[in-house]
Ligand binder design. Structure first.
Ligand SMILES: Cc1cc2nc3c(=O)[nH]c(=O)nc-3n(C[C@H](O)[C@H](O)[C@H](O)COP(=O)(O)OP(=O)(O)OC[C@H]3O[C@@H](n4cnc5c(N)ncnc54)[C@H](O)[C@@H]3O)c2cc1C
Length: 467
């Protein structure tokens, strides 16, 4: 945490961003510890530009993502209300809104550390007019704990090197235990003006006819739902016991933890998840699967700190591919003619979630077969994923494109082989493409590789020469 000098006559303003919770919330714990503290206001700001379409018509707020975020905010509103605090939901340009607020009611701002360069720029500007304290709310480690690595020269070039460093210095033992719940006692304050959130009007969004035939999204946003999901996964269903064996599946009950949406919005603290896994381990002797899940949380950590160190360099593409409208449109409509890809796209657009393996196929196909710029694909995911997280999303896309940290030359998948391995009975494919409910594996494979054979599905797009 960084602390400015104590200031008089300022209220405390907590600006929550991707830490939408009350448990393990260092900001509230710090403020609760202040005896006779000044007034307190809590805000979430929806940046208006998240809804402005870019050149390809993409925004940062797809339908499923909006639903999940709104549920997170409703839940937060409710739990703050129980402590007599109102959540101020504001809409506009964050720095300008905070400047306006400060001019009418000066505050000391408390918020999470910046993850992406965009947030770092916000905090830099705010610090020119308001006292500011930042907190570690989104990661397992704090900057202080990783200090020897946190510069361009010393940052590990691969996940393996990062993991070796953690082992060598036994840093996993330093992961802080989650903070106990705190009771806020300050006088509640509200924003001195209104800037009502305008949510995207998805009424205008025409649901495709196949939607009625597929299962609805089971993810519900919010801290309460996240904590219950974690408890079910670990304790009621004990699904962690097969994590390593099932995490590569395309779906199914408990196939992976499915914690990412709550982690991305901070409705669940990653330190709480870690501590619960450790607690599970004290009750269970076999740690093979739980250890693998912890490893994945460390991948998240690695991508997070990589972004913090490398900044906007991670959004660069040294060899951008040319844009192709026809291929791009087919992708957006989930009609590339490759059933395995189109099934994955439908699932992603409809639910805002897909399994890690499917994300890899989609990204690999987009980059190495459609030959489109990986950054466009990353933006597409950012629009739709309910767990969109700038570090994990852009980091994974760059990895598959072969131009990020630890690139290993990019990853290109053989879709027919992958289908045979991971969906031999077409369970996933037919769930999302009910039009193909009576086709066989070999018919799909033929369609994808030897030319159009399925009359009920578009012919595969003609692809550019291998990249
Ligand atoms: C192209 C692409 C884009 C992705 N975009 C995102 C994104 O925007 N947000 C996101 O959280 N994950 C992203 N991932 C990583 C991974 O696919 C998801 O974290 C995972 O599928 C979420 O499901 P889960 O919670 O069941 O994961 P589990 O397998 O249960 O893993 C547990 C947790 O570990 C973390 N994790 C697992 N795999 C990774 C990984 N490869 N990279 C970083 N963290 C990981 C996540 O926080 C996850 O919730 C992306 C992967 C790819 C290939």
């Amino acid at each position: 945490m960084t602390s400015p000098p104590a200031s008089q006559n300022l209220i405390n303003l907590v600006w929550l961003r991707n830490d939408l919770r009350l448990h393990d919330q260092p900001i509230f714990n710090t403020l609760a510890a202040q005896s006779n503290g000044p007034g307190l206001a809590v805000a979430f700001i929806l940046p208006a530009y998240w809804q402005q379409p870019d050149r390809q018509g993409q925004t940062r707020l797809g339908l499923a993502k909006t639903r999940f975020l709104r549920a997170c905010l409703i839940d937060l509103q409710r739990s703050l209300y129980d402590q007599n605090i109102r959540l101020n939901l504001l809409y506009g340009e964050p720095v300008e809104l905070l400047r306006r607020w400060y001019a009418q009611q000066p505050f000391h701002l408390h918020t999470a550390c910046a993850q992406a360069p965009e947030e770092a720029a916000w905090l830099e500007q705010i610090a020119t007019f308001a006292p500011l304290s930042t907190y570690t709310t989104h990661t397992l480690f704090s900057a202080g704990q990783l200090a020897p690595l946190l510069n361009d020269a010393d940052w590990p070039a691969s996940y393996s090197a990062f993991s070796r460093w953690l082992d060598k210095y036994q840093r996993l033992a330093d992961i802080a235990t989650p903070l106990p719940p705190s009771l806020l006692r300050a006088d509640p304050y509200e924003a001195p003006f209104r800037a009502a959130v305008q949510w995207p009007d998805h009424q205008l969004h025409q649901m495709p006819p196949w939607c009625g035939r597929v299962p609805v999204n089971t993810f519900h946003g919010g801290e309460d739902a996240g904590v219950r999901h974690l408890s079910r996964y670990l304790w009621r269903d004990n699904a962690i016991r097969h994590y390593k064996d099932s995490r590569n599946q395309l779906g199914g009950p408990g196939f992976a933890s499915q914690l990412s949406p709550w982690l991305a919005w901070g409705a669940l603290s990653v330190r709480k998840v870690w501590a619960e896994i450790v607690r599970w381990e004290t009750n269970n002797q076999d740690h093979e699967h739980s250890g693998w899940l912890k490893k994945e949380l460390l991948w998240r950590e690695y991508f997070h700190w990589t972004l913090r160190i490398k900044g906007s360099a991670l959004f660069q593409n040294p060899a951008p591919a040319a844009f192709d409208q026809q291929r791009w449109q087919a992708w957006c409509e989930a009609r590339t003619g490759y059933p395995v890809i189109d099934a994955g796209l439908r699932e992603l657009i409809h639910t805002g979630y897909s399994a890690n393996r499917m994300r890899q196929w989609l990204a690999s196909f987009f980059i190495h077969q459609l030959g489109l710029d990986w950054r466009l694909g990353a933006r597409f995911f950012e629009q739709h994923l309910i767990d969109a997280d700038v570090a994990s999303n852009w980091g994974n896309w760059a990895y598959i494109a072969g131009c990020g940290q630890d690139p290993r030359g990019g990853r290109c998948f053989n879709l027919n082989k992958q289908l045979e391995l991971y969906d031999p009975h077409l369970t996933h494919l037919q769930q999302w493409l009910p039009e193909l409910s009576s086709v066989t594996l070999s018919q799909v494979q033929q369609h994808q590789s030897a030319g159009p054979t399925l009359s009920l599905w578009p012919a595969p797009l003609s692809l550019p020469a291998a990249t």
